[in-house]
Design a protein around this ligand. Structure first.
Ligand SMILES: CC(C)(COP(=O)(O)OP(=O)(O)OC[C@H]1O[C@@H](n2cnc3c(N)ncnc32)[C@H](O)[C@@H]1OP(=O)(O)O)[C@@H](O)C(=O)NCCC(=O)NCCS
Length: 242
């Protein structure tokens, strides 16, 4: 267990996918100036990812940033953006300070979320597994400017298969029209395939159907409806109709 933000950080327990990690294995992947180390924990089931800084470019707050999931899972897509000053990476525990929630505010109502609330939700997602929030960071300004989420649902059907859900796709309005939306959805698509999802589903506004059709999603005849039941409460999500 390591300590983070005054709390004990629960080690990463990978419930959703099967990754073979040998004891003492150390995978190093350079992401700009940050070296992400996958270090073995005390038991085969208990793992944690640490981000350590190796140059003076990042503030001390970067130390101990914790990734939501293993960055190796999106390494192939991540490589496509290097050189543009942009990186694809998993959401990490420091992204509250990098404008992640302000970005989501361009998608829907986020509400007044404190840092503690963000961290509680972050660690809850990380512990339960199955949540893959991918972000695009503009390294020049140190801000998160794009994001999409894969949620992996465990099923009994189809031979105990799993279904992927594409959620919360958003690109900062100053960065739209540069194919970042396309790239971040492609990243989710590749991730869902590599995690052996039998399908990837989404709900979207009518005006975005062409955007997703361009990326290979189809409205299946007789199976293209989405229905919701709203629960009246003082919930911003209810008010925003997302
Ligand atoms: C939708 C969104 C993610 C697209 O991001 P983007 O980076 O501007 O999109 P891209 O540059 O990758 O566009 C890829 C293609 O989709 C098209 N496209 C982009 N936005 C579109 C839209 N709203 N409607 C139809 N087509 C769209 C582009 O014209 C482009 O087409 P081309 O390949 O023929 O040139 C972005 O507009 C956004 O964040 N919107 C607000 C949040 C939102 O509505 N998210 C979707 C929730 S389901």
């Amino acid at each position: 267990m390591s300590s983070f933000h005054g709390e004990q950080v629960r080690p990463y327990v990978n419930n959703a996918i099967s990754i073979t990690i040998h004891n003492n294995l150390r995978v190093e992947q350079t992401m700009c100036d940050t070296l992400v180390n996958l270090t073995s924990a005390s038991t085969a089931d208990e793992r944690t990812w640490h981000t350590e800084t190796y140059t003076g470019n990042f503030s001390s707050s970067e130390v101990d940033a914790i990734n939501l999931f293993n960055p190796d899972l999106i390494a192939r897509v991540a490589n496509q953006l290097r050189g543009d000053g942009l990186i694809f990476r998993p959401l990490n525990s420091r992204d509250y300070d990098k404008g992640f929630l302000q970005l989501l505010g361009q998608l829907t109502e986020v509400g007044q979320v404190t840092k503690d609330q963000f961290l509680n939700r972050f660690h809850g997602m990380r512990t339960s597994g199955g949540y893959y929030v991918i972000v695009v960071e503009d390294l020049k300004i140190g801000k998160v400017i794009g994001s999409a989420t894969l949620v992996v649902e465990q099923k009994f059907i189809h031979g105990c298969s799993q279904r992927g859900h594409l959620e919360d796709v958003v690109v900062n309005s100053n960065y739209r029209g540069k194919k970042l939306g396309q790239l971040v959805v492609m990243a989710v698509k590749q991730l869902a395939r590599s995690l052996h999802c039998y399908k990837l589903s989404l709900e979207c506004k009518d005006r975005l159907i062409p955007f997703y059709e361009n990326l290979g999603f189809k409205r299946e005849p007789g199976n293209a409806n989405s229905m919701n039941m709203r629960f009246p409460q003082d919930s911003p999500a209810e008010q925003s109709r997302l």
